[in-house]
Design a protein around this ligand. Sequence first.
Ligand code: CA
Ligand code: CA
Length: 163
Amino acid sequence: MFSSILVLILYATVIGGQAPPIDTFDPAHDQCGTGFFSDFKIEKEGDVVMCLRWSSWPNTFAGAKKYCLIRGTRLGVFNTWDKMKILQRQNNVTFVGLDDLQTEGKFIWHNGEQLENPRSSGFFNLNEPSNSEGVEDCVVLQGRLLNDVPCTMSYLFVCELEL
Ligand SMILES: [Ca+2]
Ligand SMILES: [Ca+2]
């Protein structure tokens, strides 16, 4: 009995005295400065532009979206060329916060903004988005630009802490 209480106290002391591990990330404890969220921080003229975390394991689009959301973040929104350049530093195929799940052909960034004229926007690879076989509603970085892919595929993903 005593030993189990002792273990509990020790456990509470150790856990309480440390920064929470990555899986319990709490943005309230991080300003995207020296904290553990900011795997990647972009500053411009002293201002933080983006706070990102790149996953090191693949997930489906829904799984990735949920992973980001329950940590107070969202799938990364790269709706400007400055931000696309940040995304382009990634070499792996990576889910981003853009989909046409609600209305076919209407691509919405996860900040609510629509990506107008996706095919001629310059954001997508040539002949993309293709909606191949009618099932491509989620978007990845593939190479230097975007591609729509099936949401049930598993890819790496990137979470963004909203500033
Ligand atoms: Ca589609
Ligand atoms: Ca496609």
